[in-house]
Design a protein around this ligand. Structure first.
Ligand code: SAH
Length: 260
């Protein structure tokens, strides 16, 4: 693209991939196939965008930075949505493209990565799969097993709905400018038969449970359940991190069915 040099903007979390081997490894992990419907969040200077679109034929991109969006529009194979991704309706993108499922990818702006994950959870029914570059520490929490210090709200709120794996480690030196943290790429595939869960209620339960993760839950979730009039069986003589995802789901189902 023939344009003036772009100065990375810190407020947009701009760390551009500049390592050909890593870029190739990420694209291989994504494994794009011709004419698949894909959306890239934060294409930036097109480090991933170009190799992706070469395999796909065409690609929808969402970019907030106006200057970058101008450059991207010059590319004949890209549909550019100039917007904050948190305001983008992915169901509508799928409808516009005439497909039922979208593949979503991106080297995300780390300052808003958790809100982006929850925004996409809201429209998971139109998602085929997601591949995201994130802070490695965040991915560790997403994929964490019970009884580990990384297991928490993010683990429960995502694991019930997605199968997830860390597919690639990426060091700071792969970016310009380098971020201060290690990065990794996570693959997220929506589960086929998820529990019928009320996300808001599950979120509230998990938040209360982990509000004081060192304490036994009778001091936190136990009191919350009593206030709700819960009379079922749930062992609150445990720490929140000892409770498997399935137990939180069962509890959310039981709380939903409490008749006042
Ligand atoms: N994919 C590129 C750039 C990654 S940096 C690469 O790997 O090199 C993150 C990108 O997300 C930047 O282009 C930044 O402008 C964009 N971005 C930041 N906040 C955004 C938001 N809220 N919505 C959409 N894009 C955003």
């Amino acid at each position: 693209m023939k344009h003036a040099k772009h100065i990375p903007r810190k407020r947009f979390g701009q760390h551009f991939l500049a390592d050909a081997n890593i870029i190739e490894a990420i694209v291989d992990a994504i494994a794009p196939q011709p004419s698949q419907a894909m959306v890239e969040i934060g294409p930036g200077l097109a480090a991933l965008t170009q190799p992706l679109v070469e395999r796909l034929g065409q690609l929808t991109v969402i970019e907030l930075d106006r200057d970058l969006a101008v450059r991207l529009r010059a590319h004949p194979q890209l549909s550019v949505i100039e917007s904050d991704v948190l305001k983008v309706d992915f169901v509508q993108i799928a409808q516009t493209l005439g497909v039922t499922k979208l593949r979503v990818v991106g080297n995300l702006p780390y300052n808003i990565s958790t809100p982006i994950l929850f925004h996409l959870l809201d429209c998971v029914e139109v998602i085929e799969d997601q591949h995201f570059m994130l802070q490695k520490e965040v991915i560790d929490r997403m994929v964490a097993r019970p009884c580990t210090s990384d297991y928490g709200r993010l683990s429960v709120m995502l694991q019930w709905r997605y199968a997830m794996e860390n597919v690639l480690f990426v060091p700071p030196t792969s970016f310009v400018p380098p971020p201060r943290v290690d990065s990794a790429v996570v693959r997220m595939v929506p589960r086929e038969n998820p529990a019928a869960v009320e996300v808001k209620l599950l979120s509230e339960i998990v938040q209360v449970a982990f509000s004081q993760r060192r304490k036994l839950m009778r001091h936190t979730l136990g009191q919350w359940l009593t206030a709700k009039g819960f009379s079922g069986v749930f062992d609150v003589q445990r720490r929140a991190e000892e409770v498997p995802v399935a137990d939180y789901l069962t509890l959310a189902e039981q709380v939903k069915n409490i008749t006042p």
